[in-house]
Design a protein around this ligand. Structure first.
Ligand code: PNW
Length: 495
């Protein structure tokens, strides 16, 4: 069968086994990765040290298998193979991140590394040669240690340090890269890290830092967006936004509706309202709540630092689309008096007196935090539209962790079920979802889980010096999704 016949036939089959399971014309599929998780070459050439280099070397006990990203998938050397597998799947785009310390070894823009610059030049050109669009995340958690020593994300000067770095990256690659993510998942940078102390920079300080960090991350994003908008968009006409990690929160009982809404404002709203709402600034309900909590705790001012009028205007509207990373859901209930409340955003929200639970119907995965609830992705999209209007969405991450094996039936079923919900959002709810990104192209260093949790469409053999990549059944299924522009039956559906 030639390709167009194959597409028509599969679309017909898709219609036959469910409602309309085809994606709208122009819908794009890709896969994602992040520099620290795949590159290795942690001190190759003049690369500087990042906060993840420091964490894994000084605190190996914080990583499940006591491993690190020193070599990881060795993409620093094996990038051609990465392009090859992206091309085997037929990806429309490949989302990867730039290691700040590979481009700017000191963290500052006084010195640009030739080797670092060339590494990403080769990767970008190689992808384009294969017809795969590069999508760049400028920051995916690997802050230069030197900047951390100066306070990192809680020092307001980081707004300039980050935007200087972003300008360097634009100046090097904006001629060829048309889609940009400034910062990946502020909630992991500001909440998960400071609330647990287990995420780089391994500092436990849950009272002040998450909120100061949130403000600085938003200002840094906004400044970088405006640099692109003013200096690069006129020439290259690309698109840029930040990527938010969204857990879908449902109320446990009817009495928990209002609390759940406040929890959503703390995760989604705190990083979205300042950017996507008409009025800008913090979500009003959260701002009011944090003022009360701060006063109750004895502070003279809110721990959620206010924006000035100028800052509100700087941040407001700094998006071209909404980039959503989504994996999992939680049920929310009010904490009992003196009940221990786990850390935000996964287990609870102490400042909101909320406890998070799992619905018994959600199955568990290899990652301790990850329960499967496909409906969550559609409900999350609906909530975002209710809050911020009819904006354009890209799913910039979604995928499943497993332990091992090439016949990964669970991953196929995960993609089938989550993509069906994305289709319902598009076809039934009329949402403008225009792209979907599988996390991840190949198994890689999964942060605190090390190499124990595998999210890859390709398996990587981490005991071989060649870091051999082998195709999983899910990679073939994802290729079929791309080729047919629909959600086909899983190969296991008839078993
Ligand atoms: C994302 N959670 O992180 C990151 O962008 C990736 O680097 C990471 O490998 C991937 O998802 C899988 O974990 C998340 O706790 C980390 O809900 C934690 C959560 C979600 C996403």
């Amino acid at each position: 069968m030639n390709l167009s016949w194959q597409v028509a036939f599969s679309a017909l089959m898709a219609c036959a086994w469910g409602s309309d399971l085809t994606f709208p014309p122009g819908f794009k599929f890709g896969a994602a990765s992040a520099a620290y998780q795949i590159e290795g070459g942690w001190n190759a050439s003049d690369k500087g040290e990042s906060i993840w280099d420091r964490l894994v070397h000084e605190n190996p006990e914080m990583i499940g298998d006591r491993s690190n990203g020193d070599v990881a998938c060795d993409s620093y050397h094996l990038w051609q193979r990465d392009i090859e597998i992206a091309s085997e799947i037929g990806l429309h785009f490949y989302r990867f991140s730039i290691a700040w310390t590979r481009i700017l070894p000191t963290g500052f823009s006084d010195k640009i590394s030739e080797d670092g610059k060339n590494y990403y030049n080769r990767l970008i050109d190689g992808l384009l040669e294969k017809g795969i669009n590069p999508v760049i995340s400028i920051y995916h958690w690997d802050l230069p240690q030197q900047l951390q020593d100066l306070g990192g994300w809680v020092n307001p000067l980081i707004v300039d340090w980050f935007s200087d770095y972003a300008r360097v990256v634009f100046s090097l690659y904006a001629d060829r890269v048309k889609t940009w993510i400034t910062i990946n998942e502020p909630t992991m940078i500001c909440d998960e890290s400071y609330n647990t102390g287990f995420f780089a920079p391994a500092i436990l300080e849950p009272h002040i830092s998450p909120y100061v960090c949130a403000k600085n991350v938003l200002l840094a994003h906004a400044k970088a967006w405006r640099i692109y908008d003013e200096e690069y968009r006129p020439k290259y006409n690309g698109e840029i936004t930040l990527a938010n990690h969204l857990i879908w929160y449902e109320p446990l009982g009817e009495e928990d509706f209002e609390l759940t809404e406040l929890v959503r404002q703390n995760l989604v709203g705190r990083y979205s309202h300042p950017v996507y709402s008409k009025e800008g600034g913090w979500p009003p309900s959260l701002e009011k709540h944090m003022e009360e909590v701060s006063r109750r705790k004895g502070f003279q001012r809110s721990v959620l630092p206010p924006f000035t009028r100028e800052e509100i205007d700087l941040v407001k509207g700094t998006f071209d689309f909404y980039a959503m990373n989504h994996y999992t859901s939680r049920l929310v209930r009010k904490a009992e008096p003196s009940e221990h409340i786990g850390s935000f955003p996964l287990n609870g929200a102490p400042d909101l007196e909320a406890v998070f639970e799992k619905d018994p119907s959600w199955s568990i995965t290899t990652s301790h935090w990850f329960y499967i609830n496909p409906e969550g992705i559609r409900r999350q999209l609906a909530w975002l539209r209710k809050e911020y209007g009819d904006i354009k969405f890209w799913i910039t991450e979604n995928g499943l962790s497993t332990t091992s094996g090439l016949e990964d039936r669970e991953r196929i079923e995960f993609y089938r079920d989550y993509l069906k919900e994305v289709l319902l959002a598009i076809n039934e709810d009329g949402q403008k979802v225009t792209g979907y990104t599988a996390w991840t192209l190949m198994d890689n260093f999964e942060w605190n889980d090390g190499y124990n949790s595998k999210f890859g469409l390709y398996e990587v053999n981490f005991t071989s010096p060649m870091r051999t990549r082998r195709q999983r059944a899910s990679a073939r299924y994802y290729k079929q999704i791309i080729d047919t522009h629909s959600v086909p039956k899983s190969p296991y559906d008839d078993l």
